[in-house]
Design a binder for this molecule. Structure first.
Ligand SMILES: [Zn+2]
Ligand SMILES: [Zn+2]
Length: 195
């Protein structure tokens, strides 16, 4: 499953609302579950029956250090009847857990296109909030373990005491934003080369 990490001041609730505004209209409908830290937004077409396990694109937004992690996958639409049942109740409490059991990638064209549209909306919301795959200013500063002075990421050695900083530097993946250790060649989230 695709997970992307955006660093910056992002409110999961605001992002979920943006998705609702954009996708709960026309021939699409959208709903959300969750709380301030973990929200699942489901998007489905209106022309399918609402009962009987309609598949929905499910966007999971989870607060992480200095940003959010976002997953998109496919899952059965949480119906009203289901929301009274145990599965949906636990989904409400912990949507992230349920989402880890999603189908890996949306197979059909309709959902692939919808997934692209959702990422576009998310990207523009991130740009509006000045969030990106890049490290936030706070993560960007690296505290020297010898003298506790904050250094910029990329400094080979501490600006104050000269101690080597090399391998302890965090490095964000250009593809998904996951923060890796500097000595990793491949991203431990998406498995692509980091540089
Ligand atoms: Zn130092
Ligand atoms: Zn990655």
């Amino acid at each position: 499953m695709q997970t992307k990490y955006f660093h910056g001041e992002i409110d999961p609730k605001q992002l979920a609302n943006t998705l609702l505004v954009n996708f709960n209209r026309g021939n699409l409908r959208a709903q959300q579950f969750g709380d301030d830290r973990k929200i699942a937004v489901q998007i489905a077409t209106r022309n399918q029956p609402t009962s009987g396990g309609q598949t929905a694109l499910t966007v999971s937004i989870k607060k992480v250090e200095d940003g959010v992690a976002i997953q998109i996958g496919k899952q059965a639409w949480f119906g009203i009847a289901a929301s009274l049942g145990k599965t949906a109740l636990s989904a409400w409490r912990n949507p992230w857990n349920l989402l880890s059991r999603l189908d890996d990638v949306a197979q059909d064209l309709e959902y692939l296109q919808l997934t692209e549209q959702v990422w576009e909306i998310i990207q523009s919301e991130m740009r509006a909030n000045k969030a990106s795959f890049e490290l936030s200013d706070r993560l960007r500063r690296l505290v020297c373990s010898y003298c506790q002075v904050a250094n910029n990421v990329g400094e080979p050695s501490c600006i104050a005491c000269g101690a080597p900083l090399g391998p302890s530097q965090p490095r964000p993946c250009k593809n998904c934003g996951f923060v890796n250790n500097n000595y990793d060649a491949l991203c431990s989230n998406c498995n692509k080369p980091i540089a």
